[in-house]
Design a protein around this ligand. Structure first.
Ligand code: BGC
Length: 367
């Protein structure tokens, strides 16, 4: 069994219990490490933005599941604006929320606010995105982010092989927001598959742009990715076609596909390149089923919410906190104990079944 008793958490818990008492009026009970009933106060949940479907689902799922478990939920979205998120987290601390769940916009920008949480004895769980350069974060729940990238790279190669296009294949690379720790993991995972193919000449990057800093897309902004794709098409593909695009997130994939269509791909016998994605957003799943976007990586956010709520119950009851990774996520100050869930790649042949089986979408939504 992959269990650890987190000593740091036990220490944080002793403090938590006193803050829980203030928050709920329930006296602190139970020694840390015991399995006393959870003290159920208000859980602060800070989400980055509503512009991407997945975070709306994340927020809804956590709220629903926490409320069903008897907690009160203070769920907020920050409109992808860093100062707004800092203010929201500070507000949760002022209001003595019992525990904070944070999906950061910028993994470092919250460190001042989180130090306040630590002094107030409020435990912090990093949700999906790692909180960096802070020792105030107790735990992390996420998907295997390196594997997400491996799945994207593998799917890109599979799509290229299936396209029947002659090698070398012309590929362009996109990465996510450089201030989101996940973006590096996704890119490194994908490059662990693609770099050997670049090195042996199977793949050619006509733009020459392969450095993370150059291919990164600030704030995961689709318009930024669309513009970069347009520039690349003008600069490097006047006399040849692009066959594949590594895109790390469905929103970017759609921006990239829009740029490609604007340049004549997807009509008049000029095939769209193989474009990857992530999150199984409804619009992208429809695009996959229609044969446009090639693939996505499905991460069941309701399972992530479930793992997070279980962790919150363990923390607030003083039980042993269960995690399955104590090595991968060094935030610059500590290795954060992490519960890692598994992502799943899907394409036209598999997305519908996988998403229906997981009850992520209904038949009607995918019709
Ligand atoms: C998440 C991805 C998401 C991206 C953009 C990342 O931190 O892990 O699922 O596609 O942010 O929202």
């Amino acid at each position: 069994m992959r269990k650890i008793l987190a000593i740091a958490a036990a220490a944080a818990l002793a403090l938590t219990m006193s803050s829980c008492g203030r928050d709920t009026g329930t006296p602190a009970t139970g020694a840390s490490g015991s399995s006393a009933a959870a003290v159920k106060g208000t859980i602060g949940v800070a989400m980055p933005t509503k512009t991407s479907e997945r975070w709306i689902k994340d927020g809804d799922n956590i709220k629903k599941q926490l409320e069903a478990a008897g907690y009160t939920v203070n769920l907020v979205y920050a409109n992808d604006d860093i100062p707004t998120q800092v203010t929201q987290v500070n507000d949760m601390i002022t209001k003595k929320n019992q525990l904070l769940v944070v999906a950061a916009i910028d993994g470092v920008a919250l460190k001042g606010a989180l130090a306040e949480a630590k002094s107030a004895g409020i435990p912090v769980v990093a949700y999906d995105r790692l909180l960096r350069e802070t020792d105030a974060v107790s735990y992390y729940t996420t998907f295997d982010n390196f594997k997400v990238g491996v799945l994207q790279g593998t799917s890109l190669l599979a799509g290229l092989a299936a396209s029947g296009k002659p090698k070398p294949w012309n590929v362009e690379l996109f990465a996510g927001s450089p201030d989101d720790n996940n973006a590096t993991f996704f890119f490194n995972g994908a490059m662990s598959v693609l770099q050997p193919k670049i090195d042996d000449g199977t793949i050619k990057i006509a733009s020459g742009e392969t450095d993370f800093k150059v291919v990164a897309t600030l704030r995961w902004d689709a318009a930024v990715a669309k513009k970069r794709m347009e520039n690349i098409l003008t600069k490097s593909y006047a006399s040849t076609d692009v066959n594949g695009v590594l895109a790390p997130y469905d929103g970017l994939s759609r921006g990239i596909i829009a740029a490609l269509k604007g340049s004549g791909y997807g009509s008049g016998g000029k095939a769209l390149p193989v474009v990857t994605g992530q999150d199984a957003e409804l619009e992208s799943v429809k695009s996959i089923l229609a044969g446009e976007q090639y693939s996505t990586v499905f991460k069941d956010t309701s399972e992530l919410a479930k793992a997070t709520v279980k962790m919150i119950q363990e923390i607030t009851s003083g039980a042993t906190v269960t995690v399955n990774d104590t090595k991968s996520y060094d935030n610059g100050l500590k290795v954060v104990p992490t519960e890692l869930l598994q992502p799943v790649a899907c394409d036209k042949s598999s997305c519908k079944q996988i998403l229906l089986d997981a009850k992520y979408y209904t038949d009607a939504q995918l019709a």
